[in-house]
Design a protein around this ligand. Sequence first.
Ligand SMILES: Cc1cc2nc3c(=O)[nH]c(=O)nc-3n(C[C@H](O)[C@H](O)[C@H](O)COP(=O)(O)OP(=O)(O)OC[C@H]3O[C@@H](n4cnc5c(N)ncnc54)[C@H](O)[C@@H]3O)c2cc1C
Length: 447
Amino acid sequence: MHVVAVGGGIGGLTLALMLHARGIRCQIYEASRGIRELGVGINVLPHAIAELKELGLLPRLDAVAVRTRELIYANRLGQEIWREPRGIDAGYQVPQFSIHRGRLQGVLYEAVLDRLGRRTVRTSHAFTSFAQTEGSVKARFKAVDKSGRLTVEGDILVGCDGIHSAVRRRLYPGEPGLKWNGVLMWRGATVAKGFLDGRTMIVGGGFSNKLVLYPITPAKRGKQLINWVVTYRMGDGSHPPPRREDWNREGTLAELMPHVKRFETAHVDLVKLVKGAPAFYEYPMADRDPLPRWTHGRVTLLGDAAHPMYPVGSNGASQAILDARCLADALVAGEHARAALVAYEAERLPKTAEIVHNNRKGGPEGVIDEVERRAPDGFEDIDHVLSHPEREAIVKGYAQLAGFAREQVNRGAEGTLASAAGAKARQSTASPSRGRLGQAKRRPNMA
Ligand SMILES: Cc1cc2nc3c(=O)[nH]c(=O)nc-3n(C[C@H](O)[C@H](O)[C@H](O)COP(=O)(O)OP(=O)(O)OC[C@H]3O[C@@H](n4cnc5c(N)ncnc54)[C@H](O)[C@@H]3O)c2cc1C
């Protein structure tokens, strides 16, 4: 079995590690010239961290990231709406991490180089097209320095090429562009004095004007890299965004500052924090409608290529990691490569489609929107605005839906494929682990 993965982002690199752990060969083709640590902060939820732990990556993550301890939701005026412990502090067996996206990618990339070898990731090659026959699939790439073209043959082709996926475009040439909801986000990270316990995430304000703050590096002499996001609704989404979705597009202070000044924060000097960032980025909040199918014969999609979603509820990277686990298990368990891709899609497509839809309503942060709708000028007593059970239903309901409720993660059952496939995987000597597919014996740390 030889898997050709398009894209060396979070999903593609995780897939390569998962496949390697199961004795399946994988080669990654990445369009950018090198794996550089791009992006700002993201959160990776316990169900996805359980998968990375199984790959032996927990110590490497601990060295560069923060174990999130608490999450606070507040209104725009800083009044607390909801507070809950996270990760280990919430009784999970694994942590939630707040981490620089580029550092997460770096941890995965280093592990791929260590375990699979330097030649596993071929950079500077952009996917252009594929052709498949009964027995194999051929993918074509062009060198980004225009030095030539490359055709590679494999048993499976997986598009892990992100929100502007070229593989998806080949499968769905007529698909309209990304759907923008009218909200623009500015994202940055600034080295500053830590706030509260140095492990707390604060989300303030509803969908139309939101502030997100959390530290993403361990403290060094009292300072941490603090991730911040400010959103503002510029329109109703009926027009295309002012500029194309590009994770690396820099924003301007002139455009951002009026939206920053709307927030009241007790713990952080927000203006100073924003002005102190060496660079920050703007990005329109955009997604796509869920697809009817990801799998077409020997070709399938994974991560943002399969299910781009609004970055609320910390699910972008987490769901890509879960996809990778599920696909790797399906390939080990399946009778045939094509059947395995169908089984993978059957497991993952409906779940991720639900998250895409729920994120459009604000995900767990919808609780803030509801409170601001009922009490736009603030409140004396939150329980008179929205009762605790009502708030809990929104927040915990999302955790169930996205598969990271504590019981789901601790019993390791999220994403379990059909038990028949599980039985097959348990027989396989290549199958390593705690078993999304069953109870196969845990392999020792694969680091
Ligand atoms: C540069 C960058 C910065 C980001 N910053 C943030 C952030 O700050 N906050 C956040 O929430 N999310 C960010 N994301 C998105 C986040 O990484 C994803 O939502 C999530 O991790 C899912 O990962 P993925 O592997 O599906 O996609 P990604 O992590 O986006 O990876 C896709 C990979 O495919 C490559 N690629 C694209 N087209 C081709 C092609 N034709 N041929 C070969 N390779 C191709 C890309 O270069 C990229 O490496 C960023 C993504 C990128 C690429």
